[in-house]
Structures are given as C-alpha cells and as structure tokens.
Design a protein around this ligand. Structure first.
Ligand SMILES: CC(C)(COP(=O)(O)OP(=O)(O)OC[C@H]1O[C@@H](n2cnc3c(N)ncnc32)[C@H](O)[C@@H]1OP(=O)(O)O)[C@@H](O)C(=O)NCCC(=O)NCCS
Length: 378
C-alpha cells in the first residue's frame, strides 16, 4: 500500500495484529481464540467465554471457579455511583447513563498504572461484574424504584434478570440470554473496539477505555441498530405489510436496520444462531409477532440485497429475543455493551503488550497561505 492511499472508514486496513477473534466473512465463520461461536454457545457460558477471550485459553476447573467467584464478588456498586445515576435525567438514553457511570468508576478505582497486571486483572473483573449492575440499576432508578443489589450465588445472566425484575427467570431464558451474551462478547476490529484501542494506546485507565467504547457502540450504524430493528418491526406492524415497507426503503435507497456488514458477505452466523434461539424461546412463551414480521422482511429484503451480499446481521434477531423477555427496547444496546466489555478488555490487554500510540496520518484537502482578513473587511 502506498502511504497516500486513503480508504474511507479504514475499510480493509488492519489496525492491529490480534489473536482474540477471527471472522471469515465469505464462509460466515466467527471464532473466539480459534473456537467457533456455535461450539461456545453449545458448551460454554458467558463468563467462561469472557475468560477465554481475556486470557487466551479455556480455564481449568479451579481457574474457572476462581474467576466466577471473583466476578460475583465485585458486582456491587458504591452508593456514590447509584447516587450519581439518580442525578441523571430519567428520559435520557441508558447508554449515556452507562457511559457516565463507567467513566465515574475510574475515579473510585484509581490504579492508573496499566503496567501493573495484577491491577489490570481486578479492573477487568470489576468492569465485567459491574456493567450489568449499572444497566439493571439504571432501568429501575429511572422509574423511581430502588436498584436491587446483586446476589452472589446467582450466575451472571440469572443475576442480571434478578436485578432487573426482582425475580429469577425460567432456566431456559437464562441459557438463551447467556448465549446472547456469548454471541455479543467479541467481534474483531469493529468501531467500538477500535475506539477503545485508540484510547488504550494513550495508556489511559481501562474505565476510560471502556467508556470510550460504549460511546462508539451507541450509534445506529453499530450496536444501536438492535434497538432500531425492533422499532422498525413495530412500525411495520404486521407481516403482510413487510413487502411494501421493504419496497419503499429500496426505492428511496434507505438502509434496512439489522442488515449488512462490512465483513460478512453471507448471513452473519450470529443471526443464524439467534434465530434458532428465538425458536427455543417461543417454545416456553409462545411466538412473537415481531419474529413473523422479521421473517417476512428478511424474505423480501433478500430479493433486493443478496446481489450486494447484504444479509441479516447480529442485530436483526437479538432484539426480538430481549423484547419477548419483557426487556425495554432502549436497554438492548446497553446489554450488548455488558457482553462486549469482555472483547474490549481482551483487546486492551493485547494492546498493552506491544503498545504504540495511535496517531494516523491524514490527507490534507484544505488551502495554504491564506491571508488573514481583518474583521471589518470580511
Ligand atoms: C453495517 C454497515 C454500516 C456496513 O456498511 P459498509 O460496509 O460501509 O457498506 P455500505 O454502506 O457501503 O453498503 C454497500 C452497499 O450495500 C447496501 N447496503 C448495505 N447495508 C444495507 C442495508 N442495511 N440496507 C440496504 N442496503 C444496504 C448499500 O446501500 C450499498 O449499496 P450501493 O453499493 O448500491 O450503494 C451497513 O450495512 C449499514 O448501515 N447497516 C445498517 C445498520 C446496521 O444494521 N448496523 C449493525 C451492523 S452489525
């Protein structure tokens, strides 16, 4: 590549060497540390997968139980963080509340020396442990309810539901939600991971790194798409209206949310797994009209978009699952962040090993040597 080549969006330009995950966009394969996500969904748990991502290998039984225990013991939030959230406007977006609370965590757990690996371990534990408490806490505080403290004896996903609803859910829901967490835990050099790496390369603390990533995840071209998909399906209303909706979008060249991906040229493997999780979920609680609409949209959109290799992505079916579980639509992206923090932190640790400050170049497209025109002559 010549130094002056410019690729908008850095498409196809490697920003790092990484062993965390890999996508084969032609075959639709996603691996975390070399293990396919299908295998992890079948046999692993979110916390075990997070360990795999962070440390590069599956834990032994003893290491897993220490890891699970460490995370369980760090779920609580300091009163000041809860008080901080109480001061935020209740109509604000939960991603903003999450970003503010995560950034504030860094003030309570200083340890700014990122060369201290022991401290880095505990930072990773705290972030993975506390994000669900913040998300569930904010969901309740904004309605005027008290935040529910975590219960150490509950697993990661079960505890999240408990903090959100004060009930422990059906075990099948816990398994399905845990699979959703696995599927969202990591995805190579995406926008939020890259954002985190840029921040990490300045040797900022991990709370700041994760707060930056949360900001990037919020946008509708990235994690925010899951929320928009459900809004789109609600707007369509019934499956028989899907055809006209897609036609109109194609005619006016508008993008369909939950479709398309920079890397995948076939259907996103996560969308395929999520679709089968929808099937399992509906066995316990009946089908969902949104799912029927989604199928109709996918059928119709495929006619238009398969030539361009645009297919459903991870965000197309995930929201349908969360919606059926009674979770508020605007919590979908924060839930994505709860899972993706494992991937962000895995890349952060990798970056620290051979850090180089990100400082890309630009192609200057402006003028030179312009005269300064005094104010009264403009
Ligand atoms: C994810 C996304 C930003 C990737 O974009 P990209 O790699 O920059 O690809 P482009 O936007 O250049 O799209 C390439 C072509 O496919 C079309 N396309 C891409 N995604 C599309 C979508 N969701 N709906 C309709 N057409 C789409 C584009 O219009 C473009 O067509 P053209 O070549 O005729 O102009 C894009 O697919 C998108 O905006 N999707 C919707 C948001 C979304 O679901 N995001 C979550 C991603 S996991």
């Amino acid at each position: 590549m010549m130094p002056h080549d410019f690729m908008p969006g850095l498409a196809g330009i490697p920003a790092a060497k990484s062993a965390v995950s890999d996508v084969d966009g032609e075959r639709g394969v996603l691996e975390y540390r070399g293990i396919r996500v299908e295998e992890l969904c079948k046999r692993s748990s979110y916390l075990e997968t997070a360990y795999l991502l962070l440390f590069g290998h599956l834990p032994t039984r003893a290491a897993l139980s220490r890891w699970v225990e460490d995370v369980a013991h760090h779920r609580r939030l300091k009163y000041s963080i809860i008080d901080l959230m109480k001061c935020l406007p209740e109509q604000g977006h939960p991603m903003d509340a999450l970003q503010a609370a995560v950034a504030a965590l860094g003030m309570f757990y200083p340890g700014r020396n990122v060369e201290d690996m022991e401290n880095n371990y505990w930072s990773a534990v705290r972030l993975i442990a506390k994000l669900p408490t913040i998300v569930a806490g904010w969901a309740r505080l904004r309605r005027g309810d008290d935040a529910i403290p975590p219960r150490d004896e509950l697993g990661f996903s079960e505890n999240f539901f408990y903090m959100l609803t004060e009930k422990t859910p059906h075990p099948l829901w816990v398994d399905i939600f845990d699979d959703c967490m696995i599927l969202h835990a990591e995805h190579t050099m995406n926008a939020s991971t890259f954002t985190g790496l840029v921040t990490a390369s300045t040797l900022a603390d991990p709370y700041t790194v994760v707060a930056s990533s949360i900001g990037a995840l919020k946008g509708p071209l990235h994690g925010g798409a899951n929320e928009e998909v459900v809004q789109m399906l609600r707007e369509i209303g019934t499956p028989d209206r899907a055809g006209a909706y897609v036609d109109e979008h194609m005619r006016t060249k508008q993008k369909l949310m939950g479709f398309g991906h920079r890397i995948y040229k076939v259907k996103d493997p996560r969308a395929t797994i999520l679709q089968s999780l929808c099937g399992s979920l509906f066995k316990t609680c009946g089908t969902s009209q949104l799912y029927d609409i989604a199928l109709a949209v996918e059928r119709k959109a495929t006619d238009f978009l398969k030539e361009k290799k645009v297919h459903p992505n991870v965000d197309f079916y995930s929201g349908i699952i969360y919606d059926k579980m009674g979770i508020d639509t605007d919590l979908f992206t924060p839930i994505f962040a709860m899972a993706r923090v494992a991937g962000w932190l895995a890349h952060w640790l990798e970056q620290l090993r051979e850090n180089k400050l990100f400082r890309p170049d630009q192609i200057y497209a402006g003028e030179h040597d312009r005269p300064y025109v005094p104010l009264d002559q403009r």
